[in-house]
Design a protein around this ligand. Structure first.
Ligand code: BDR
Ligand code: CA
Length: 342
């Protein structure tokens, strides 16, 4: 099994990503940390607990088998939250509904913070065996790099839902939302992953593979409203489908108002899907920069498409960008895993 840690600003598509990860036998979810983005880190953590609590109940998992969770940081610069996209609680309002409150109870805050949990998990497992999947701003990850670069270096790789390289943004004309929310942290993570460091004479710390699953591919994968409606009509007693229908409703309405989409994007689930089966996406290696100081281009992610051959020093960089997705194969895979056979 591939061991993973998820770091996310648990909104609607992050919640779908949790469900996909937890229902995928190829993955072992070691822990889930929360960041600020769609919603502040405390509420994101609460949403994570709500989804896990619901899943635990529906899949009859003992509470001890659910991954530990913790809340992380809010970026130093104020983060624009996305309550108008993901609902006031970041999860379409479901964490406030009596029905869901009854199911999940009132999740207690965790005793560990995100940094402590992350450090503990990477230390408990063999080096280079854990993939960190980030589906929110990179605030926590940049903090971990600053606090303990060796702990981060023990990861096998980092996969980030974020950025957009060849198309337009969603948060601004040129920036994707996770990158826009905390471009300084994104820039630090990109620089850390690609820079080999001289530890001792002739001994270099390796670069850390970093993959961007950005809007170029995530805007092509959706959960369709009619699929959800059909499955819920066919299986009225399926509480998982009902739960998903409830917490995706606001986001689907937003996507319809904004893009005329009859469904919602599967941004964050695609990052999980890519870790389960990298053949869902085609990746290309680029030198990547994040505009972390921009006025009009804040959070823009730039892939240098000029040949690496002319920049020999870049030939060891291991930053990958997803450029193509097998959309219908992923959508079918997602639907079957998360909603059951259709
Ligand atoms: C990303 O931004 C958030 O609103 C979503 O959860 C996703 O991670 C898409 O741009
Ligand atoms: Ca997210």
């Amino acid at each position: 099994k591939q061991k993973v840690i998820l770091d996310m600003d648990t909104g609607v598509d992050d919640a779908l990503a949790i469900i996909l990860a937890m229902r995928s036998p190829e993955l072992q979810v070691l822990g889930i940390t929360a960041s600020s983005g769609n919603i502040d880190a405390r509420q994101a953590h609460r949403n994570t607990k709500a989804v896990l609590g619901f899943l635990g109940r529906e899949l009859a998992l003992p509470p001890s088998s659910l991954p530990p969770t913790a809340a992380g940081l809010t970026a130093t610069r104020e983060i624009p939250h996305a309550a108008h996209v993901h609902g006031s609680d970041g999860l379409g309002g479901v964490t406030m509904s009596d029905e869901i409150l009854q199911i999940i109870g009132d999740p207690a805050p965790s005793s560990e913070d995100a940094y402590t949990l992350f450090k503990r998990l990477v230390q408990e497992h063999e080096p280079k065996t854990i993939t960190l999947i980030v589906t929110g701003p990179l605030t926590n990850v940049a903090h971990w790099i600053e606090s303990d670069p060796d702990a981060v270096q023990r990861l096998k790789e980092i996969v980030v839902m974020g950025g957009v390289f060849f198309e337009c943004g969603n948060r601004s004309p040129v920036a994707e939302s996770n990158m826009y929310s905390d471009p300084e942290s994104a820039g630090k993570v990109v620089a850390f992953c690609r820079r080999p460091v001289l530890l001792y004479p002739h001994v270099w710390r390796e670069t850390l593979p970093l993959t961007f699953v950005g809007l170029d591919v995530t805007h092509r994968v959706t959960l369709r409203r009619d699929t959800l409606d059909r499955l819920s009509a066919e299986r009225p007693g399926d509480r998982m489908i009902r739960f998903i229908k409830q917490f995706t409703a606001d986001y689907m309405n937003f996507c319809y108002r904004n893009k005329g989409l009859e469904g919602c994007y599967l941004h964050d689930p695609l990052a999980v899907g890519y870790v389960i089966d990298p053949s869902f996406c085609r990746v290309e290696r680029y030198h990547v920069e994040v505009e972390d100081r921009g006025r009009v281009a804040r959070g823009m992610t730039i892939a240098d498409v000029r040949s690496t051959r002319i920049f020999k020093e870049r030939s060891k960089e291991v930053t990958w960008v997803c450029v193509k997705v097998d959309a219908s194969r992923f959508e079918n895979f997602f639907t079957e895993r998360v909603l059951g056979p259709s």
